[in-house]
Design a protein around this ligand. Structure first.
Ligand code: IVH
Length: 667
């Protein structure tokens, strides 16, 4: 028999569900508040026995930021389609791989928020993780608990709920609430969030859950990832069950028998998406039969059974007010257009990169020009063209500086005449960028070390190189502007965590000219440790298959000047100096790998179906090797749109060239 208190909790859960999940309140707000007050009063008489899933227990604790947990299986991303022919190609591929069996597709809105995973054990919400790097996510359980549409306990249904359930979904902030939050942030002297997605991510990753609780976060659950003892035949069936268990799924889901029907659904949302109270950046198309999903499988990055059919980039017209110049971590000067602020797709855009001097000349961009600006999803805004007909004659042609705007040193032009560089290694602008790169997601992933903090650390000379980060203490950090004691603690914790990074991440993080992620991986694969690499001769580095003379020289040069820096990193206790990478086993695989295995590939130009790094991962997962430059050792060049000098080099050396279509066929 349920006690009175349990009945009251169940009643409140029911009303929460009606209000937050079904959007159909069954009682008035004051009546609901009265029920909550009554429950609080009853619980107060025996505070020791309040269960964690009581409706009164939403706020408490905060994100265990930095505590990462491995996902049950990777949280993959989605491959994108941008137009009808991409969609058709997706459909054709599914059809081909399923050998012509009739396919049913499900379409859903692609919510623009933050992907999370939620675990329920015996019906109780026990763990919430961010997507993180896809393999490990950050613990945000306490913050997710504050979201009213996340049930703390699943609805009791027949047959009962799975003993373990893991679902995945998107946390977001409704469009109209962003202005409110930003007004409040500005009043408190904080910079506004650029778009609802940043606002959702920022709010979910707060140390103090009571602040998260004050943010209007919401969720849509879209994947049933694991349900012990339950098996469903289709994705739609799993959605129905998740709804039954009280989880909030988006209502705009549809089933289609053909790709043509999918196109119609997409077209409908192209027109209607602005009427939705939340930001959507496309439509997700999924194969409905779970057995077919399984047969199609996944690549290392995304499932073959789904695609994100993105909405077109949104455009706006604005004016170039100024052209500024930024100094990158290797000293490259990049011109940036400072724009009259304009809003596109929910974000206020104030500047756009102009890449290099040549780009300004080719597009003939002048100060004062009216321009067409475009923003596609989370891609940085770009200037599409100048509205030359609107020129008044007062526009000013930009003259590229001859001195570094940060340190005043004369700049140098590289041989190819595209990049202009400041060669002063002591330039503070470069140092700030190097630190930002070291802390970035693909390198040591030090969250909370943003540009404003880096600027202060460098200006106050608390940090003169990346190794100085490890000597930072809470006391000094908490004195920085906009950094309280909790944030300082968090930052120190994050910096400490970064010591666990692998040697290739650290090598990439050092920001050596020409050493991207692929080259860093290749070098560590061959030398096994940073120490060994740092002691290698130029010849030894150059003898690595895939490392050309330019890279070898840059690496060798770096280590000959930076032994003291390495010494400081070793002393700071970075893991990669004590743990040596295991030699990688040659990749073996059961399927169509024969073609790629053991061969060396260069990928150049832009591929339509995937990014270059996705293509590289596909090749690596089939036992192939990726290098960055075309040499006589290259087996194949994969050339996408706009392939340039590498294409010419491959032709010159007689190296076979694969088009994107050839490449996909081999995959
Ligand atoms: S399904 C294997 N469905 O979009 C990936 N994702 O760009 C399964 N997203 O990481 C994801 N709405 O965070 C799926 N209806 C939806 C979605 C959705 C938004 C996000 C998700 C994913 C990202 C990929």
């Amino acid at each position: 028999m349920r006690t009175e208190i349990e009945k009251l909790r169940a009643l409140i859960r029911y009303h929460e569900h009606k209000y937050y999940i079904e959007n159909e309140p069954a009682i008035s707000d004051p009546d609901f508040d009265a029920l909550m007050k009554k429950l609080e009063a009853l619980e107060a008489s025996d505070p020791g026995s309040i269960p964690p899933d009581s409706p009164t227990q939403r706020v408490g604790g905060g994100a265990e930021l930095g505590t990462r947990f491995q996902h049950r299986n990777p949280m993959l991303s989605l491959n994108n389609s941008y137009d009808e022919s991409d969609l058709q190609e997706f459909g054709d591929r599914v059809h081909r791989l399923l050998e012509g069996a009739p396919v049913e597709y499900v379409t859903e809105l692609k919510i623009d928020g933050l992907g999370v995973s939620l675990t329920y054990e015996n019906g109780r919400f026990t763990q919430g993780l961010t997507r993180g790097d896809g393999e490990y996510g950050e613990d945000v359980t306490d913050n997710l608990r504050t979201i009213r549409s996340v049930p703390l306990r699943l609805a009791e249904t027949e047959p009962t709920v799975p003993s373990v359930l893991e679902v995945r979904g998107e946390v977001f902030i409704p469009k109209h609430r962003l202005d409110e939050i930003n007004a409040q942030r500005e009043a408190e002297g904080e910079s506004p969030f650029a778009n609802p997605r940043n606002a959702a991510a920022g709010s979910l990753r707060l140390l103090d859950a009571s602040i998260t609780a004050s943010r209007p976060l919401d969720i849509f659950v879209y994947t049933l990832n694991y349900a012990e003892e339950f098996e469903f035949a289709t994705h739609t069936e799993s959605l129905e069950n998740m709804r039954r268990w009280g989880l909030k799924c988006n209502p705009h889901t549809a089933c289609h028998k053909s790709i043509e029907d999918v196109q119609t659904y997409y077209q409908h949302w192209v027109e209607k998406r602005h009427e939705l109270p939340y930001e959507v950046d496309g439509v997700v198309v999924k194969v409905n039969q779970l057995s077919e999903q399984e047969a199609l499988g996944t690549t290392s990055k995304y499932p073959r059974w789904a695609t994100a059919y993105k909405f077109d980039a949104q455009q706006a017209i604005t004016t170039v007010e100024k052209i500024g110049v930024q100094v990158g971590r290797t000293g490259t000067l990049t011109p940036v257009a400072i724009l009259k602020p304009v809003s596109i797709a929910g974000a206020t855009i104030t500047n756009a990169t102009l890449h290099n001097e040549q780009e300004i000349q080719t597009k003939d961009i002048r100060i004062g020009d009216k321009i067409v600006l475009e923003r596609a999803g989370d891609v940085i805004p770009k200037i599409v063209r100048v509205l030359t007909a609107d020129r008044t004659g007062d526009e000013i042609t930009f003259k590229f500086p001859e001195q570094c705007p940060a340190c005043g040193n004369p700049v140098q032009r590289t041989e190819e005449e595209v990049a202009v560089r400041c060669m002063n290694v002591g330039c503070v602008a470069q140092l700030k960028r190097r630190i930002a790169h070291y802390a970035s997601r693909d390198a040591l992933q030090i969250e909370g070390l943003g540009p404003a903090t880096i600027t202060q650390l460098v200006n106050k000379e608390l940090v003169r190189d990346v190794a100085d980060l490890y000597a930072l203490e809470v006391e000094a950090l908490s004195k920085l502007d906009r950094m309280g004691v909790p944030s300082a603690h968090n930052l120190v914790h994050q910096i400490e965590q970064s010591k666990m990074a692998s040697a290739e991440k650290v090598l990439f993080g050092l920001g050596i000219f020409h050493v991207g992620e692929t080259v860093a991986e290749l070098l560590i694969e061959n030398f096994l440790s940073l120490d060994a690499l740092s002691k290698a001769t130029l010849e030894e580095i150059e003898s690595v298959k895939g490392i050309g003379p330019q890279i070898a020289e840059s690496v060798s040069n770096f280590f000959s000047h930076n032994q003291p820096l390495l010494g400081k990193l070793r002393e700071a206790g970075l893991n990669c100096f004590t743990v040596v990478a295991a030699p990688t086993q040659p990749q073996t695989s059961q399927t169509l790998d024969g073609f790629f295995s053991g061969k060396t590939f260069v990928v150049t130009g832009s591929l339509e179906g995937m990014t270059r790094s996705e293509a590289s991962n596909e090749i690596k997962s089939r036992g192939g090797r990726i290098t960055s430059s075309v040499t006589s050792k290259t087996d194949y060049l994969i050339a996408g749109e706009g392939a340039g000098s590498k294409y010419a080099k491959a032709e010159e050396l007689g190296i076979p060239i694969l088009t994107e279509t050839d490449f996909f066929a081999k995959l």
